[in-house]
Ligand binder design. Sequence first.
Ligand code: BG6
Ligand code: MG
Length: 210
Amino acid sequence: IIKGVIFDLDGVIVSTDSLHYLAWKKIADKEGIYFDEEINHRLRGVSRIESLNILLEKANRVYTEEEKMRLADEKNNYYIELLKNLTPNDVLPGIIKVLKVLKEKGIKIAIGSSSKNAKVILERIGLLNSFDAISDGNDITRSKPFPDVFLVTAQKLWLKPEHCLVVEDAVAGIKAAKAAGMFAAAIGDAKKSVEADFILDSIEDLLRYV
Ligand code: BG6
Ligand code: MG
């Protein structure tokens, strides 16, 4: 029985995944490093610094820790600029309806994101006060595929992991949900995950499973 639904943010609630891509692409181009959409999928759900390490796999030299910190900061500055254009109109289709139906059913709703910018994003899209709990990159040190962010979220909701269902667009996020002992619903790129319990063609499909 599902008592709580934990939503990933980037790529599930709002398409910031494409903004992450643009910001990383700018860094990659400046550094002369090959980067494409396929590599970008691997950045879904993982932390900023881990994303940078994946991007640097294609670099033809080794970067020092200091250089990495600088590049990660630079990426985040571009990304924050892009976030300024977000409005409530950017909430993905179907989300508002799904949140409303879950609330009516008495199911708790939460955000479990690897991003340190999660609250800024939720504020911009007008959903900062819509959830029973928000956990993000500031609550954890190990990001997805580790289960930590979802376990912290379940604690904040006062729910056992087995009563939680996670909605994810990242393969790493599905792994994290399963490692947490939760149900996992895959949307978008995560549909290729073999570990997902449910595959969603649209977010409304979620309502079939709660
Ligand atoms: C996740 C994204 O939500 O947040 C990742 O899917 C991103 O791609 C991670 O790297 C960290 O985001 P931020 O905003 O802290 O740089
Ligand atoms: Mg995501």
